[in-house]
Design a binder for this molecule. Structure first.
Ligand code: GDP
Ligand code: MG
Length: 340
């Protein structure tokens, strides 16, 4: 199923899907528990063997809160994972975590920022639509951030989905501060559950994962195994190049840059990939290339290694830097580069 049809699917799924089971009341006697259990099994057996849970989980938070780190931690939590793939650049599906009980479709969102350019507006629209689409919203908090400011932001969202507040980077603060943050966010009306984690150290991420699965609606997986592999690898490759640009170049350059993969050809011994790195000005092109092309060679090598590891194949990567003035303010170009 294509992800864009999911909202309708979600509505249909919810309409057809009366919840079965639930927890057994604590007052039940052992005998009563057993009959309840057998009744539960009976109901479940009528639903067939595929009593799956499936849904969309979006991670929100300010830049640097640890969204990508958390995504990786969650994706790495189980061996039954499918390789993370990216559906479009800069936003939406980042990973699909499937096992025989559930499918979690994880979206990372662009960090929440004030829109300064059309690109930012588009990114914020992506944040908004991810909010509307999500079955569960994870509000990720770097515990060192300004809590009051974040509370204002989270309160401003019009959520239909339950939100989990996830306090991250607890390894960097005292236990007292963690307790204070739990009390602060735990009392807010948008907060269905609260967690304290260190995404970097994989601390408590399994607890979070279990709670996500618990909260997911029942339903069939949205993506079958081979459908996942059909998600455009080109976008994933572009994203990897973009991430390397973030690593290699100084602060402002990555924000003036987008990546477009033009060619993706599987040859007998390797994959040939050609990509454009699009910038706004000649000076930015100069920075990207570096002295005598030193920087772009470094970028090419780093990106190629990462893509090779992902594809499990040798890659020949060719990068071209192109100047397209004001691409960030041009609707047509934004569409061409994947911001819809
Ligand atoms: P994003 O911008 O929200 O995607 O944030 P990243 O996942 O890129 O993380 C931003 C920085 O925070 C990186 O340097 C991470 O290594 C660091 N980070 C993320 N999670 C943790 C954590 O639990 N503890 C600590 N100490 N650092 C973290
Ligand atoms: Mg990130």
């Amino acid at each position: 199923m294509h992800p864009t049809s999911r909202s309708r699917a979600a509505v249909a799924r919810r309409a057809h899907n009366p919840k079965v089971g639930g927890s057994i009341p604590p007052f039940a006697t052992t005998k009563a528990r057993k009959s309840l259990f057998l009744f539960y099994r009976f109901v479940v057996s009528f639903k067939g063997p595929n009593n799956m849970k499936a849904g969309f989980v979006s991670i929100f938070g300010r830049p640097n809160a640890g969204k990508s780190t958390l995504l990786n931690a969650l994706m790495g939590e189980k061996l039954a994972i499918v390789s993370p793939k990216v559906q479009t650049t800069r936003h939406r599906i980042k990973g699909i975590l499937t096992d025989d009980q559930y499918q979690i479709i994880l979206s990372d969102t662009p960090g929440i920022i004030e829109p300064k350019y059309k690109l930012h507006e588009k990114m914020m629209m992506a944040v908004k639509s991810a909010l509307e689409d999500a079955d569960i919203a994870l509000f990720l908090v770097d515990i060192n951030e300004d809590w009051i400011e974040l509370d204002d932001l989270f309160s401003s969202f019009k959520l239909s989905a339950p939100a989990f507040v996830v306090l991250n980077k607890i390894d960097t603060v005292s236990k007292v501060k963690v307790e204070e943050a739990l009390a602060f966010f735990g009392s807010k009306s948008y907060c269905k559950h609260i967690f304290k984690i260190s995404a970097l150290n994989n601390q408590n991420t399994k607890i979070l994962l279990d709670a996500i699965v618990e909260e997911l609606p029942e339903g069939e997986p949205f993506f079958e195994g081979d459908e996942i592999s059909d998600l455009p690898t080109k976008f994933f490759v572009a994203e990897m190049i973009r991430e390397k640009i973030y690593n290699i170049y100084k602060e402002e350059i990555p924000y003036h840059t987008t990546v477009l993969v033009n060619e993706f050809k599987e040859k007998s011994t390797l994959v040939k990939i050609t990509a454009d790195i699009v910038v706004q000005r000649e000076t930015q092109k100069g920075i990207l290339l570096g002295e005598g092309g030193k920087m772009i060679r470094l970028l090419g090598t780093e990106a190629r290694k990462e893509i090779e590891a992902f594809l499990g194949q040798k890659v020949f990567l060719e990068l071209h830097v192109k100047v397209r003035p004001k691409w960030r303010d041009n609707d047509f170009m934004l569409r061409e580069y994947g911001y819809r």
